[in-house]
Design a binder for this molecule. Structure first.
Ligand code: ZN
Length: 473
């Protein structure tokens, strides 16, 4: 609603009296992108004023992209943001927002020449696209502009009849992804900025023993330690109630998903890591948008070699160091002769459907299946196969989960783990996987891995995964 003509006249008078208007015009647009690692959300510090958490009116105006009009004779400050009008009065808990009035838990207080506004106002402002949405982050004690990807609220823990539920208020329940299914490192990524707090201590009977926030390229991610007594988990996405429930159960049930199989505890003894740059020579692999798979896999293997060498005391062996044909048997022989503790065959994917993207890990299945499989763009053939690789199935799967989890959290998803013996691992007697690091037919993936920086980041991310596998924390 437009302000009454009286108010307009008042504003005009105030402006004349003040000379140059006190403007805090919006210069920042909302670009529709979720924040990435290193990107900081726009925020303002808060302070305690007589026991109430407050934000300075200047900061409030900046976050709301509002123009300020101060009327000293009535000690009112009017903030105008798009079609909205917020009227704050010194020493008054009532705030006029558009044509309504809201009550704050404490009055707006002038401190050192600036009004201090209780942060509770953030929840009382209109929610529409014309007004920046503000949320109070209790962990950092700042008021932030909520990103377009939405907000994730505090987690509530409910323990009941052999089940433990973690209930999150979420703007985007459909975006939740379980990134790692291992009990010790159960990782979940949510859409939206986490503005809530985590429970300080979990109930002794809860199947989740610990929860902590971890870094993610987009949204918010958490790692949990799940009790050995839990047999499965499920994720309930309630879009209507804007809620995500992570549920863990003691009793085995077909409605729940099993955790990843676990190897023995403690760090893994890694001495030799074999990297297998896919394709080479006459076999170019996938080509798309000017990128050639055989060149990328070799470049990545070299980067990864130095990245792993920097972090772990291991010998790194490459199955090829130049652009040449290497038959599968020769690759397996190199790995076996080097006494590989793990083998990563590096590939890039391609699909006829340009919308398909992300990373896929193929690991040997724990059980032998006679079903054959041919992968995307004829780049990969998965054969039915018997012993050596299936012996390492559990470890291969743990390696796959560790690397994919690291890719997902860096924003290189969607990720997919498939239990199918990949042709390049045929005859390899060590835990291993074939990693389709990205999809060259997907433009976003191409842009990410095409440059030098992208390749270095990919190598770091895969090395993070290998390191997590080695630590087995
Ligand atoms: Zn390939």
């Amino acid at each position: 609603m437009a302000p009454a003509s009286g108010a307009r006249a008042l504003i005009a008078r105030a402006l004349r009296r003040l000379g140059p208007p006190l403007l805090a015009l919006a210069t920042l647009g909302v670009d529709g992108r979720a924040p990435r690692i290193g990107e900081t959300l726009e925020s303002a510090p808060t302070r305690e004023v007589s026991g109430t958490t407050c934000v300075g009116a200047n900061d409030l105006a900046r976050l709301l992209r509002a123009t300020k009009f101060w009327h000293p004779e009535v000690r009112k400050l009017i903030l105008r943001a798009g079609p909205h009008r917020i009227q704050l009065t010194a020493e008054d808990p009532f705030v006029v927002v558009d044509d309504g009035t809201v009550a704050l838990p404490a009055p707006v207080m002038p401190v050192g020449g600036e009004l201090q506004v209780p942060v509770a106002l953030a929840d009382l402002l209109p929610r529409d696209s014309t007004l920046a949405r503000l949320v109070f982050d209790p962990r950092r004690r700042v008021l932030v502009v909520a990103p377009p990807s939405g907000v994730l609220g505090s987690a509530r823990v409910v323990v009941q009849e052999g089940r433990t539920r973690l209930v999150f208020e979420a703007d985007r329940p459909e975006e939740v992804v379980v990134v790692s299914r291992a009990r010790d490192h159960f990782r979940v990524r949510f859409g939206g900025f986490f503005s809530g707090s985590l429970p300080d201590a979990l109930p002794a009977a809860a199947l989740v023993q610990r929860i902590r926030p971890i870094g993610a390229a987009a949204g918010s991610a958490f790692e949990m330690a799940v009790s050995r007594q839990a047999t499965g988990f499920r994720v309930v996405r309630d879009t209507r109630a804007r809620r995500v429930v992570l549920e863990f159960t003691r009793e085995p049930s077909s409605e729940f998903t099993a955790f990843a199989p676990e190897g023995p505890p403690g760090p893994r003894d890694l001495r030799v890591v074999v990297l297998d740059p896919g394709h080479g020579g006459r076999d170019a692999g996938v080509t798309a948008g000017g990128l050639v798979e055989k060149d990328l896999t070799l470049a990545l293997a070299r980067q990864l070699e130095s990245e792993i060498g920097r972090r772990l005391r291991v010998r790194v062996v490459l199955t090829r160091t130049e652009d040449r044909d290497v038959p599968v048997e020769a690759r397996a022989e190199i790995a076996n002769r080097a006494r590989a503790d793990l083998v990563v065959s590096l590939h890039f994917d391609g699909f006829p459907n340009a919308a398909a993207g992300g990373a896929t890990a193929y690991v040997p299945p724990a059980t032998y299946s006679s079903a054959g499989f041919t992968g995307g763009a004829g780049s990969l053939t998965v054969l039915a196969w018997r012993e050596a690789a299936t012996r390492h199935a559990v470890e291969s799967r743990a390696l796959g989960e560790a690397i994919l989890s690291s890719l997902e959290l860096r924003g290189d998803g969607p990720i997919l783990l498939r239990e199918l013996l990949p042709y390049p691992l045929l005859g390899v007697d060590a835990p291993g996987l074939l990693l389709e690091c990205a999809t060259l037919t997907a433009r976003a993936d191409r842009e990410r891995v095409g440059g030098r920086a992208g390749m270095a980041e990919l190598a770091e991310t895969i090395a993070d995964g290998i390191q997590a596998y080695q630590r087995n924390e």
